[in-house]
Ligand binder design. Structure first.
Ligand code: FMN
Length: 303
């Protein structure tokens, strides 16, 4: 089984991905958090840092695009191909209101006819393979049948399914039956994404979906960065080295500890799950107002 690191806007930025990859094994590919190109400017300087081919090993990275404009998608995909990338990913899963109310991300699933036209254009005009990361509908699982019929019409390089509806956000049980349908019907490579937290979760997916060779993991890898290495034990020394390295890189990037620590605190929201007996310490880390408070909390948690 191959493990891909899910894109997580605000967390798995380029600094995180580079540092994580220095400290841990087992990840096949890292997805960039979504890049939102526009007709006015395909990539901002901030976006470019996420995809800069002189910094990243592009064979390890999949750039993700969020747009409902086929011409913009095609132009951005072409730029990425010129940089050396061999696949781009389309985001049809983002549930955030600011994205969905513009008919993008999971909001695009509400307009199947428009979506089909968009897919027709990007698959006809793009000169690079396209994978799709999707939810299974917006408000009702009944939408999934129609969406699958659309997806079947296109040469999708890989379909990554997060089997939840837009209205589920990231909560509630994943909708396994919807994924079963995709597994039965789709002929392209299929990847499961959602709530993989333990080795036994991966084993269950391997047992059930024997033809599937990749899973995508997000929060599970933040909670247990060792998950893709096959170990369920947290090695505190390695974890400490990783977090220290990440803090150093963020301070260098942002030029101040405050912003750097805010980034680290957002990781601890998930990492806290691996420290069930340390509620007080983890709270101190998550609420740290300055570097000293943060560092002393981490020191306690990892001692
Ligand atoms: C804070 C946060 C940011 C996310 N950003 C993105 C994103 O930029 N692009 C995307 O496709 N999914 C994004 N996701 C969704 C994740 O990639 C993933 O589909 C979701 O967390 C379910 O997988 P998991 O249970 O393994 O975390 C985000 C999720 C979270 C919690």
């Amino acid at each position: 089984m191959k493990y891909d690191f899910a894109p997580m806007e605000g967390i798995t930025d380029y600094t995180f991905r580079l540092v994580y990859d220095r400290h841990f094994d087992g990840i096949s590919r890292y997805y960039t958090p979504f890049l939102a190109p526009t007709a006015h400017r395909l990539f901002t300087p901030k976006d470019f840092k996420e995809i800069d081919p002189s910094v990243h090993d592009i064979s390890l990275q999949v750039p993700q695009l969020l747009t409902n404009d086929a011409a913009v998608f095609t132009a951005a995909a072409h730029e990425l191909k010129e940089m050396g990338y061999n696949v781009v990913n389309l985001n049809l899963g983002c549930p955030s209101g600011t994205v969905t109310h513009k008919g993008k991300g999971a909001g695009f699933l509400k307009y199947p006819e428009k979506l089909e036209k968009f897919l027709d254009e990007i698959f006809t005009k793009s000169d690079i393979p396209i994978s799709i990361k999707t939810r299974v509908g917006t408000d009702s699982e009944e939408e999934w049948d129609g969406l699958l019929e659309i997806y079947k019409k296109f040469p999708i390089a890989e379909l990554i399914v997060h089997p939840r509806l837009l209205s589920d956000f990231y909560k509630g049980k994943v909708r396994s039956e919807a994924f079963d349908k995709a597994y039965e019907q789709m002929h392209c490579p299929l990847t499961f994404n959602g709530d993989i937290k333990k080795a036994s979760d991966i084993q269950s997916l391997m047992d059930k979906y024997t033809d599937m060779d990749t899973v995508m993991i997000g929060r599970g890898l933040l909670a247990d960065p060792f998950l893709a290495e096959g170990s369920e034990k947290i090695d505190k020394v390695r974890l400490k080295n990783f977090l220290n390295d990440l803090l150093t890189e963020y301070v260098e990037r942002f030029g101040n500890e405050r912003t750097a620590i805010d980034r680290l605190k957002s990781i601890w929201v998930y990492l806290a799950e691996s420290f069930p007996g340390s509620d007080k310490t983890v709270k101190q880390i998550k609420k740290a107002q300055n570097a000293a408070q943060y560092k002393s909390g981490v020191l306690q948690a990892l001692s």
